[in-house]
Design a protein around this ligand. Structure first.
Ligand SMILES: Cc1cc2nc3c(=O)[nH]c(=O)nc-3n(C[C@H](O)[C@H](O)[C@H](O)COP(=O)(O)OP(=O)(O)OC[C@H]3O[C@@H](n4cnc5c(N)ncnc54)[C@H](O)[C@@H]3O)c2cc1C
Length: 396
């Protein structure tokens, strides 16, 4: 996301851009759902992407249901929910394919004050005036800008799943396809909202429902147990969904029966391949070194509650291109970019942490304890929606 946005914004200013992507195949379905807001749409439109054609599924409000399924809080908040793949295609469709190189895994970087050279694991290399590190949460390029910087585990995981619309009982469909629905079991949080279906399909009947259930998994040992696969191998970071042990999925489903509202109890078993997302924070002390700039998740990773990963990626890319302009003074441009985006990245990560306190029991400060209590109440969590809108508008 960040790489394509940066490529498009820089090309508009006359730069020649090459994008190198590690994956040998076209990327698909990373991150099931994206909730958009006017600020994100405005940035996407500025890349040149076609935002006029139907973009996602409109939702009208946010609702909280209790353990019995009754609506206990409601907030009018129109948004458009779509899939990560739908967004990726919108950007990928307008970037020249001859400058987008798949199967290019960057393994080494060397930079001096005026040039950058990267090496790939296939033995080839490339060089240029600047390198934009848009290589995500486990960034390789970050290691050449910062030392000893690793994402921090937040103490809980998100169980995620996608349900095909046609599999959802009719009496539930109209409700869950017009809203973002929450349920707040003690110390947990589950959310669902509609997204584009397979093949970016937005036709009623062909869409999907995105489920995210945040559950504490207190320490590294507990996380390690969840990330230990069917062969006994413990993964670091995340686990490929087909390798999640059946007993882990069975325990998750049994727990659902104990604590969730009937709507979610009906929906969860319909997700054929649930997957686990351990939640991390990452905050950079710097975004620029020599001629290397970090953007998107390579620079800052905010918890998903903020729904700002793609917006931040596009915002970083836009700020970078604006600061560099046509490249008359690259070093001054990189300094301007960093000065503008460092505080914004920190604020977004901080807000994600604040929203996530309700999923922890060990509070470092009174502010954290109060935040947790607030977000465990239906009106508290709904009220934060208004603050999210403010964050998108102002970055404050
Ligand atoms: C399950 C899930 C759900 C999410 N839901 C939302 C949401 O609802 N809303 C939202 O705004 N955000 C969401 N996010 C976050 C969002 O996906 C990211 O914030 C966003 O994609 C960041 O974009 P990026 O370009 O910085 O990183 P990425 O999208 O991670 O892209 C990094 C790219 O770099 C490539 N790469 C990595 N290393 C190398 C290398 N060494 N050489 C070459 N290429 C490399 C990777 O293959 C990848 O394609 C979600 C994330 C996940 C995992």
């Amino acid at each position: 996301m960040a790489g394509l946005c940066a490529g498009l914004f820089l090309k508009q200013r006359g730069w020649s851009v090459e994008i190198y992507e590690r994956s040998p195949d076209e990327l698909t379905s990373r991150g099931a759902g994206i909730v958009s807001h006017p600020e994100l749409l405005a940035l996407l439109a500025e890349t040149g992407a076609d935002t006029d054609t139907e973009f996602g599924v409109p939702i009208g409000d946010r609702r909280v249901v209790n353990r019995d399924g009754e609506i206990v809080a409601r907030f009018h908040y129109p948004q458009i929910a779509t899939s990560w793949t739908r967004l990726l295609h919108m950007l990928g469709d307008i970037f020249p394919p001859e400058h987008y190189h798949l199967g290019k895994n960057v393994t080494a970087v060397s930079a001096d004050v005026q040039h950058v050279r990267i090496e790939f694991d296939d033995g080839t290399s490339a060089s240029g005036d600047i390198l934009v590190g848009a290589d995500g949460i486990r960034s390789t390029i970050r290691g050449f800008v910062l030392t000893d910087a690793e994402p921090l585990y937040a103490g809980y995981v998100g169980w995620r799943g996608l349900v095909r619309e046609r599999d959802i009982p009719r009496d539930l469909r109209s409700d869950v396809f017009s809203t973002m629905m929450f349920c707040l079991p003690p110390g947990e949080q589950i959310i669902c909202y509609p997204v584009a279906g397979p093949g970016d399909d937005l036709r009623p009947g062909h869409r999907s429902l995105n489920l995210i259930w945040y559950v504490p998994a207190g320490d590294r040992r507990e996380l390690g147990a969840l990330l230990t696969d069917v062969h006994g191998t413990t993964h670091s970071g995340s686990i490929p969904p087909p390798l999640i042990r059946p007993d882990v999925v069975t325990a998750m489903r049994a727990h659902a029966e104990d604590v969730l509202a009937p709507q979610f109890r009906a929906l969860l078993p319909l997700a054929p391949q649930p997957f686990l997302q351990p939640i991390y924070d990452f905050e950079s002390g710097r975004m620029v070194r020599d001629r290397i700039a970090l953007i998107g998740d390579a620079a800052f990773v905010a918890r998903p509650h903020v729904g700002a990963g793609v917006y931040k990626a596009a915002g970083d890319a836009h700020a970078l291109a604006m600061a560099l302009g046509e490249g008359r003074d690259i070093d001054a441009g990189l300094r301007r970019f960093e000065a503008e985006r460092l505080p914004i990245g920190r604020r977004i990560v901080d807000f994600g942490r604040y929203l996530g306190h309700c999923l922890r029991d060990d509070f470092g400060t009174e502010r954290e304890r109060q935040a947790a209590a607030h977000h465990r109440s239906p009106f508290g969590i709904i009220e934060e929606t208004a603050r999210l809108a403010f964050l998108y508008r102002t970055g404050e």
